[in-house]
Design a protein around this ligand. Structure first.
Ligand SMILES: [Zn+2]
Length: 447
């Protein structure tokens, strides 16, 4: 059973070492570094059997939930996890639906396209979450923490999946939600879910970075609670994405876990999950993480692969060259280079979690690469031909696997899990793709 004082927040910078109480709402340390949720206890491996048994939920929503089924591994509320009344009092859930339907599937046509045996490739559709993306995993935990600290309002900067998820959870919990966006730059359709769930849209003069900055300031000064992925509690919920993948593979660790790369919250949470499981002795092998950027928003891939100033940026045991990152951002500003891809979910030039992402890549001997928009569309489309729905950014996982196989970085007999991060929310993307017979999987209309 959890003890009070077991969970706390700690700065990720080993040279800094600030720590904070678990009910702090700081999203960074006083020197501006990201924070981790840390646990003093070491969960027993016997929990594997308990997690398995909970898949027969017997009407308990916290067992039904693909997030809270693993609640011992994210028990920052420090509750008695077997006591359902305590769970109901603290844990925020969309009636058990977050993460419930997401698990890895074999998709024959996608595997054939990528160049792997069908038995060796798994794709996990996180779009089958209630708001249509992986964000619900981390929003369940972030909003749980918001309630724990009595926040009356949650706040995010988002032009898509985050705002949809935050709005849905806020509506369910009866709390307010403010969504900050750059004025005049966002197609209103992108925000239709946020409007639908009653979120308050706040327009900010400037670009997305300005909107994020103002949302963080307003959260800080006006009692809002930030639910962007800089919030370390978001990362806790997103750990359940690899937990579910590993559990469905009977905790037999794959060789690779592949994610599209945006703000790098997923990379960070996968890395943290693997670090913890390895430290606890639950896994003996560490899968490698591959992050797939869009060519038009390739900050991580550029820096990691030494394409800027010929230096390969690394976590370097907690001493990353942050000056290199600053110079890269200055260069983007100076050249007027803005992230540009039709896969808007990963159209991010300044990944908020880049340092946690680098830490994850270092721990897992990971790789980063890029794919083009047209390749992502092929990846998205071949997933569709298996009867699964995903958004364009998710196509990056499939086509990224294909690229890494062709470069012999992923070997043909490796076991690979790719994460499909979200569901199709832009109806015209598949329509346009299939209207052009030049596209690989196009099936144009007949007349
Ligand atoms: Zn610090």
């Amino acid at each position: 059973m959890a003890m009070k004082g077991d969970a706390y927040l700690k700065c990720i910078d080993p040279n800094c070492g600030c720590d904070y109480d678990i009910d702090s709402t700081n999203v960074q340390c006083e020197k501006g570094h990201l924070l981790d949720v840390k646990y003093k206890c070491r969960p027993s491996e016997k929990l594997k059997e308990i997690f398995y048994q909970r898949r027969n939920s017997q009407g308990n929503i916290f067992n039904e939930s693909g997030v809270w089924r693993f609640r011992e591994l994210l028990n920052f509320c420090q509750i008695d996890t077997e006591n359902i009344e305590e769970c109901s009092k603290y844990l925020v859930s969309l009636d058990g639906a977050e993460g419930r339907q997401s698990k890895p599937y074999q998709m024959t046509k996608a595997a054939e396209f990528a160049g792997l045996e069908s038995n060796n490739m798994w794709l996990q559709p996180e779009g089958y979450n209630p708001s249509g993306s992986f964000k619900d995993n981390g929003m369940a935990t972030a909003v749980t923490h918001a309630k724990m600290v009595n926040a009356k309002k949650i706040v995010c900067a988002s032009t898509g999946n985050t705002s949809a998820s935050a709005g849905m959870f806020a509506a369910n919990e009866g709390i307010n939600c403010d969504v900050y966006i750059p004025a005049g730059q966002i197609a209103p359709g992108k925000l239709s879910q946020a409007y639908q769930f009653g979120a308050q849209i706040v327009e900010v003069d400037g670009n997305f970075d300005d909107a994020l900055k103002q949302s963080l300031d307003d959260a800080h000064n006006h009692d809002g609670y930030t639910v962007n992925s800089v919030n370390p509690f978001r990362i806790e919920g997103q750990k359940t994405i690899p937990f579910r993948a590993l559990e469905y593979l009977n905790w037999e660790v794959p060789d690779w876990i592949v994610y599209p790369g945006g703000a790098l919250g997923n990379t960070s949470s996968c890395g943290k999950a693997l670090m913890e499981l390895y430290e606890w002795g639950w896994i003996k092998k560490i899968p490698r993480i591959a992050v797939i950027n869009s060519e038009g928003a390739s900050t991580l891939s550029d820096l990691y692969n030494g394409k800027f100033e010929d230096e390969e940026l690394r976590w370097n045991k907690g001493n990353p060259n942050t000056e290199l990152i600053s110079r890269y951002y200055d260069y983007l500003d100076k050249e007027g280079l803005r992230p540009k891809t039709k896969a808007t979910a990963i159209q991010i030039g300044r990944p908020a979690n880049i340092l946690k992402g680098l830490r994850a890549l270092e721990f897992t001997n990971g790789v980063a690469t890029t794919v083009s928009d047209s390749e992502m569309l092929d990846g998205m489309s071949v997933v569709g031909l298996n009867g699964f729905d995903c958004e364009m950014a998710s196509g990056a996982s499939v086509v990224g696997i294909k690229k890494l196989i062709s470069e012999e970085i992923i070997k043909k007999d490796d076991i690979v899990v790719g994460i499909l991060t979200g569901r199709q929310k832009d109806a015209m993307i598949p329509v346009d793709y299939h209207s052009n017979p030049a596209n690989k999987f196009a099936k144009p209309p007949k007349n």
